[in-house]
Design a protein around this ligand. Structure first.
Ligand code: PDD
Length: 284
């Protein structure tokens, strides 16, 4: 792993953040995850737009322009020597006093974690994964909005542990009204009667870059899509289900807890969307 820490390329052991950084003390930070495809950044503008929107929502000023962020990501990826990189950009509030208000933090810290892109097991795509409906709710939009990709991910950390307790690789959270929202680091989709459906943003979830791209690819391909409320029963009764994220792409879901999805094999619409996304990536 290589770390670009405020513009300095460092090894993990060399990069140090102060214990007084409010990112460490209060989870007062934002982040986003970008990957390369064919050695080039993929959907970087969309990720940077989301990073800016996350930062604006917590009144954090990003100390670099988008052009500078792109330059730094490219420089770090090249220096890493990775053929494909996972790049995690983190902007923290910076060092200050032990006081919730960030007025004592004059300078945000920014860093990019550059790792070789992880290859997920091939069976995930051929057979599908197990997800679990977890007990913890996604925090409501009226609290810390799920639209903000912040360093305060404890809601999702707990959900991930609850999912792992059931042998699932992803935990699906409901909102306090009982509607399906998203996974801990992915968006959830179902297919019912030939239509691909994903929870509407108003249900309280991260506006996934892959989610938006899959919506666009489906529409262009003539696949019916809907962003709507999805109940727990509708999820369990789906013909097909899949998750989407930057690092994983489109992954078919085989099991939701103990319930088999459809006939237990990745369905035709899931496979089509997975292929459309791969084609789009290859055009990068
Ligand atoms: N996670 N929902 C949540 C809560 C997420 O953290 C993510 C991404 C997604 C999918 O969004 P996108 O398609 O833009 O990657 C949905 C990244 C990959 C992560 O935290 O590692």
């Amino acid at each position: 792993m290589l770390i670009n820490f405020n513009g300095e390329l460092l090894q993990p052991g060399e990069a140090k953040v102060s214990v007084l950084d409010h990112g460490f003390l209060f989870g007062d930070s934002v982040y986003d995850v970008i990957r390369t495809v064919n050695g080039r950044l993929f959907t970087a503008e969309e990720h940077l737009a989301r990073l800016r929107s996350s930062a604006a929502a917590i009144r954090l000023e990003i100390p670099l322009t988008n052009e500078e962020l792109l330059q730094e990501m490219n420089r770090s990826h090249t220096a890493s020597g990775n053929s494909e990189s996972y790049i995690r950009i983190v902007i923290t509030r910076g060092e200050g006093e032990i006081d919730l208000h960030p007025r004592s933090c004059p300078k945000p810290n920014w860093m990019m974690f550059v790792l070789p892109l992880h290859k997920w097991p091939a069976e995930w795509y051929t057979s599908g994964i197990k997800v679990a409906l977890v007990g913890i709710h996604r925090n409501p939009s009226t609290a810390l909005s799920p639209k903000i990709k912040s360093g305060n991910y404890l809601n999702n950390v707990i959900a991930r542990m609850q999912a792992a307790d059931e042998g699932a690789v992803e935990g699906i959270m409901l909102n306090p009204e009982g509607w399906v929202t998203e996974g801990t680091t992915s968006n959830i989709w179902i297919v019912k009667d030939g239509q691909a459906r994903t929870p509407a943003l108003r249900c309280g979830l991260l506006p996934g870059v892959t989610r938006a791209l899959v919506l666009e690819l489906a529409t262009t391909d003539g696949i019916a899509v809907d962003e709507c409320e999805i109940s727990k029963n509708e999820l369990l009764d789906a013909d097909e289900a899949f998750i989407t994220s930057t690092t994983k792409g489109v992954v078919p879901v085989r099991l939701i807890g103990r319930e088999l999805v459809g006939d237990g094999r990745p369905g035709p619409i899931t496979k089509r969307l997975e292929q459309l996304l791969r084609d789009r990536e290859q055009a990068n």
